[in-house]
Design a protein. Structure first.
Length: 176
């Protein structure tokens, strides 16, 4: 997923583009309840824009990806693989933020994450060098950290895919 949020108080516009058309419906489903008065959504097969109707009306669809009518009916739920990769991706960002803040996960949680996402903590921590860490720590607006960390996205996703393959290799041994 690639995307950004244009934040202007209550007039926030969120733009998301996905590699898979299946992702759009899955992501939009939980957002549907958050659409308030004056908010709307526009979407294409693999993208969407959410925000105040008058603002998103100004957005142009990506080249070669026309706007479509929002689908009605039920949305396919995420697969186990999608759930694992989503949770792992969130974990990578959380782990990077802990590193920036010089925090550690509580021991019990650390053991869980070490089993669930084998090797990911090390990959995240090894990927952020001292100069980058110093730059991140110098930024007071912590909301900017996500964007500053985005160049690591593909590497961290690969680490999550490796962890998923290792996790799948455990077979039916419970919640390991």
């Amino acid at each position: 997923m690639r995307g950004y949020d244009c934040v202007d108080a209550a007039n926030t516009v969120s733009v998301r583009v996905y590699g898979s058309a299946d992702s759009v419906g899955q992501v939009l489903a939980p957002w549907a309840d958050s659409l308030s008065d004056g908010s709307a959504v526009r979407r294409g097969a693999n993208w969407f824009v959410i925000g105040p109707a008058e603002r998103i009306a100004q957005a142009r669809p990506p080249r070669g990806a026309p706007e479509i009518e929002p689908a009605t009916g039920s949305v396919a739920s995420s697969t186990d693989e999608q759930e694992f990769l989503t949770n792992c991706a969130q974990y990578t960002l959380d782990e990077a933020v802990r590193m920036i803040r010089d925090e550690r996960v509580p021991p019990a949680d650390g053991e869980y994450y070490a089993q669930a996402f084998r090797g990911v903590e090390t990959d995240v921590r090894d990927s952020i060098g001292r100069p980058e860490l110093d730059r991140l720590r110098a930024v007071e607006d912590q909301d900017r950290w996500h964007a500053m960390l985005s160049p690591h996205g593909q590497t961290w996703k690969a680490s999550c895919r490796t962890a998923m393959r290792q996790h799948e290799g455990l077979g039916d041994r419970g919640d390991e």
